[in-house]
Ligand binder design. Structure first.
Ligand SMILES: N[C@@H](CCC(=O)N[C@@H](CS)C(=O)NCC(=O)O)C(=O)O
Length: 236
């Protein structure tokens, strides 16, 4: 099956989908859209993803948008290894953890929201920084409680789940924005356990040729790995 993931190297929502695909061992092509240059609003891309946001996944059945919906589609299409637990309650908890980040943290710190704070409300860099830190810390405080109640090696028990697919990129984002993560002991522990896994490490490195050419890419620093050889990631 040929899949093309439309994303951007700094997009945490795209990073979630790369992690999901990698954990399932699914190969895919990538197309990059430079969000800083407004490429997400290009008419050709809007025809695929009417919201003008990345990621979008082109599948033989048609384009898919919204990273959580894409992750659920991947889970249904390739059930193994399972990224949702067996029990009905556990599945709802994992979805709640993923939703907490995807619905209640990430949108507040998204590019268009930060741009609106600067452009429409004249927010200073310090104010924008305080805004970002506030919403990440707020959401992570609740998530820390959930992980201390349900977590094990990973966010839910000892099995990787959709919650980890969403948590790892959000921790990357928090680090990038310099948010103090010291209070979130369980959250940091499970994120660290997930980040070292090869499919997840590769998700932070699976950049297009153009993206790899960007000097000092934080994704590379984040992974703590120097990309010395090009990775291959072609759809099958
Ligand atoms: N809820 C969406 C969020 C997608 C999203 O906000 N993507 C960001 C990048 S992480 C984006 O495309 N931003 C472009 C913009 O703000 O103009 C999802 O989970 O897919």
């Amino acid at each position: 099956m040929t899949l093309t993931l439309h994303g951007y190297w700094r997009s945490t929502a795209s990073y979630r989908v790369r992690i999901g695909l990698n954990l399932k061992g699914v190969t895919y092509d990538q197309a990059t859209h430079d969000l800083r240059a407004g490429a997400q609003r290009d008419p050709a891309y809007l025809a695929l993803a009417p919201q003008g946001l990345v990621p979008a996944l082109q599948s033989p059945d048609g384009p898919l948008t919204q990273s959580l919906a894409i992750l659920e589609w991947i889970e249904e299409r390739w059930p193994q290894p399972a990224l949702l637990p067996q029990g009905v309650h556990g599945r709802a908890v994992v979805r709640a953890m993923a939703g907490l980040i995807a619905a209640d943290i990430h949108p507040l710190n998204n590019l268009r929201v930060l741009q609106a704070l600067r452009d429409q409300f004249s927010a200073t860099p310090d104010q924008v920084q305080a805004w970002i830190a506030r919403w990440i810390a707020d959401g992570f405080s609740a998530l820390e409680c959930m992980i201390s109640a349900y977590g094990g090696k990973f966010a839910f028990g000892d099995q990787l789940s959709l919650a980890d697919c969403v948590l790892v990129p959000q921790v990357y984002s928090a680090e990038r924005f310099g948010v103090d993560l010291r209070p979130f002991i369980h959250l940091r522990s499970v994120a660290a356990a997930a980040m070292v896994l090869v499919p997840i490490r590769h998700a932070s490195l699976m950049l297009t040729r153009h993206e790899r050419s960007i000097a000092g890419c934080p994704s590379l620093r984040h992974a703590g790995v120097l990309l010395t050889q090009p990775l291959t990631f072609h759809g099958s």
